[in-house]
Design a protein around this ligand. Sequence first.
Ligand code: ADP
Ligand code: MG
Length: 324
Amino acid sequence: PNLVNKIAAGEVIERPASVVKELLENSIDAGSTRIEVHLEAGGADLIRISDNGCGIAEEQMTLAVTSHATSKLPDEDSLFHVGTLGFRGEALASIASVSQMIIRSRTPDAAGGSEMLIHGGVIDPPAPCGCPVGTVMEVRNLFFNTPVRRKFMRTPQTETSHIVEAFTRIALANPQVHMVLQNGNRVVHDLPATEQIRERIRAFFGDEIASGLIPISGDNGEVKLTGFVCDPSVSRGNNRMQYLFLNGRHIRDRALQHALGEAYRGLLMVGRFPICFINLDMPSDLVDVNVHPTKLEVRFTESGRIYSQLLQTLRHKFLTSDLT
Ligand code: ADP
Ligand code: MG
């Protein structure tokens, strides 16, 4: 089973940022209101994620790092896992198989916490420890036992920038959660909880971009579209400022990206890209989740309709808003 996990890890865990993404998603799923990420050496030496979520009971701990063991019911959260469905219940097992991991956790009703060490997938049984309610996941020396992967890690700066991107996507989709990112001694982001997505956008992209955004919304009965787009006349964005979320998870979708380009065609100055932060809420049966887990690409079973809805919503917006 250890070898299987190591192979799975190769699929799912490409670099430190993949670990951060998986652990952050788990912390969000655990209902946390505060999550802290601490890195050393761009995550190569240490990734520590602390949350104040529901915790893991001692008797569940071993199971949590066992392949295909998930506490998340498919009917309850199939939407949740739209980006990760291909490897549900495999993330922790994969990460634990290629690192030295410590898990400390405590549930609200437990008298104390428990701690568990996993070294290259070899699990030490959990032991009692003192800790607050919630979970701390420490991942040290990622890929220490897969030298080829370790060697292919980039500089700490490059790995950090990938981590910041993973952090940004999750922070934009979850403004109600206080999120902190610390790299060595430096606090990269400290984002207080807010009800306003625009406030979170401001924290990442600055006042000028945040203030210039136009709210959009659309609803065709099945697909609910909400978010912000830039005013074409003032756009100064680059193509890294296009964020699409499906049911609260970041996705890439070429059809939607294309729709966006179409909607803005002729409106933008050369070399500028439409900035957008768009969330789609829809039933999971309209989404084809049968795609590679790490690619973040989904297919919409009725992509044509979703495409035209986005286009219509944007056109409507631009035609009715007083743009000069
Ligand atoms: P999945 O998220 O697909 O269920 P994972 O391997 O990522 O699979 O996690 C396995 C299980 O470990 C989860 O189903 C959950 O029960 C538990 N778990 C992981 N991280 C946390 C956390 N931060 N807080 C509470 N429970 C967690
Ligand atoms: Mg998970």
